[in-house]
Structures are given as C-alpha cells and as structure tokens.
Design a protein around this ligand. Structure first.
Ligand code: R5P
Length: 317
C-alpha cells in the first residue's frame, strides 16, 4: 500500500502473530520479512530482511506476557528500523504493559509506565498507537504523537446485537473505572451502577457495596484489564447477591494470569468478552464462557488512516 510517508511496511514481533497476520490481511500488505529470535543466552536478535529505506513502518507488538521480552523485542526492532533508514516508525502496541504503574503508589517507588515511554521514544519511535490505555494521561508520558484507540464502539455493536438493551445495566467493577463504564453506558443508553470495594478497617474483610439499581437487570461489567480475574469474579458475586438477573463482562485486555481462566470458568459469570490485543492462549480459546472479539479491523483502519494523514479520532464518532 502506498502512503504519504513512503510505502507502508508492517513488521511483527513475537507477541501476537495471529493479530499481526489479520491486520496484514485487512491492509492487503504482507508482513515484512524479519527475523526476531533469541541467542543461546536469550538475548534478542533482530534482522529486517527486506529494504525499508524511506518506508512508513508500523511495528506490531503488544508488550504482554512475557512483558520484558516483548518490550525488549519492540525496542530492538525499532532500533533496527531506525538504522535501516525507515522514514517514519510507528510502534503499534495494542496492549501496553506496565500501564498500571502510572504513578508513585508510595515513597521510593518507580513510575514504570513513564520509563517504558522514554525507552520507546529513545529507541527511535516517531509515533505510538495503542488501545484502551489503563489511564489516558499515559499519552502525556510520550512527547511524540500517541493515538489511544477505543474498543468501545466494537463492544457497543456486539452488546446491541446480543442483548435487549432495555434490560441492561452497565457496571463499573470499581470506582476508578466509572468514566470508562459511563462512556459505554451512554453509547447504549443504559443506566450505570458501580461496585464499591471497601475495607473499613485493616484486617477486616473487604465489603462490596453496589451503588445503583441492579435487581433483575442484565448486568454488564466493563473494564480495561482482566488479570487474575479477582475483581471481575468478586463483582459478579456482589451483583448476583443484590438480585441481578445475570452478569456478563466486556473487558479489552485479557491478561488472564495464573489461574484466571479456571477462576472465570468456575464462576457464575455468564460470559466474558475480551479482545485479541493479547494473543489468546489455548485455555482462553477453549473456555466455556470466554469469547474473543478481534481488533484487527480497528487497528488496520487506524494504520491506513495514519499512513494517509487522515483523522483517526473520527473512527470513534
Ligand atoms: C485496575 O485498575 C484495572 O482496571 C483492573 O480492574 C484490574 O487490573 C483487574 O485485575 P484483576 O483481574 O487481577 O483483579
């Protein structure tokens, strides 16, 4: 595909080859041949096997588990492309790892998300494209253009197809996620409720208060990340105790560490819908109540618009 900043090139790291192939198919642009492998001591080695001089290159790499390896691959691919005279390099990071470390939770702690932003910029990225950042202000950690895409229009379409929206209440699983959940609630014109987790005194167990009306409602939890699954499963239980008819969840990034898949499969959650920002494992694909929506079209379209210097934000109007 030709573009204003040279021909488009897509270079994939090892984090999510299925998504990379799907994006390439959407853009009718094959992935550029590149070797991204390990030396015997596990150092990363990269070789771009095609000429990228003067090209508009998009690196496709989520910094998902194993986060440090995938981050290092991203940095070294960027360095290789810069030294190969690519005209412009965009780091496309559908899942931005370290995003939850975006402030100092206590004295003498790092702000790792800022460090990662510095590393990506120093390696030579000219732009960043990502999806549902844990905190929007992480965009400001970069001094290069950073597009934060949203999965909510795709999720809205799916919810409208699957549910009688008149019976749906959108739920934020914690107070921190209210803005995100409210955005989706507005899109489908549904009421909003909030699960408020509190530990009144140290040593006492957490109390889950539900703020809002959920009795006999189809409750849809909305969040950016499901990691251990604890937040989700506990919120689902609290909602059912308050009389919810059923509980579903739409969560962008399926981190799903450790026993998360087993915990979700064993829970009363009817269905968890995630995206493929992180490559789903075989366990995720086989789980009875987890469904994956692909973001390939969304990312592919955002890449095409970036390449042609067209508006990306209008994708979300
Ligand atoms: C937290 O602020 C995030 O939005 C998620 O709620 C959290 O990362 C989920 O983690 P877990 O699944 O381990 O409870």
């Amino acid at each position: 595909m030709a573009a204003k900043n040279g021909a488009i090139r897509l270079v994939a790291g090892n984090s999510n080859p299925q998504l990379a192939e799907a994006i390439a198919a959407h853009l009718s642009t094959p992935l550029t041949k590149a070797v991204v492998r390990r030396f015997a001591d596990m150092e990363v080695f990269v070789e771009i096997e095609e000429n990228v001089r003067g090209s508009d290159v998009f690196i496709l790499q989520s910094t998902s588990y194993p986060t440090n390896d995938h981050l290092m691959e991203l940095l070294i691919i960027t360095d290789a492309l810069r030294r190969s005279s690519a005209q412009r390099i965009t780091a496309v990071i559908p899942y931005f790892g370290y995003a939850r470390q975006d402030r100092k939770p206590g004295p003498r702690t790092p702000i790792s998300a800022k460090l990662v932003a510095n590393l990506i910029t120093t390696a030579g990225a000219d732009r960043v494209m990502t999806l549902d950042l844990h905190a929007g202000q992480i965009q400001g950690f970069f001094d290069i253009p950073t597009d934060n895409l949203y999965a909510s229009p795709m999720m809205t379409r799916d919810i409208k197809e699957k549910f009688d929206v008149g019976k749906v209440t959108i739920i934020s699983p914690d107070v921190g996620g209210v803005a995100r959940a409210r955005g989706l609630a507005k899109r489908i014109n549904a009421p909003l409720a909030i699960v408020d987790k509190r530990r009144e005194r140290a040593g006492e167990s957490e109390v889950m208060n539900v703020i809002g009306e959920v009795d006999d409602r189809i409750c849809i939890l909305v969040d950016d990340i499901v990691d251990s699954g604890g937040t989700l499963v506990n919120a689902a239980e609290a909602l059912l105790k308050q009389g919810a008819h059923s509980v579903y969840a739409y969560i962008t990034h399926g981190v799903l560490s450790g026993e998360a898949v087993a915990r979700i499969t064993a829970s009363k959650l009817k269905e968890l819908v995630i995206t493929d920002s992180i490559q789903p494992t075989a366990a995720v694909r086989g789980a009875r109540n987890i469904r994956v929506l692909s973001i390939a079209t969304l990312i592919g379209e955002a890449i095409a618009r970036t390449a042609h210097e067209e508006s990306v934000s209008s994708l979300f109007d």
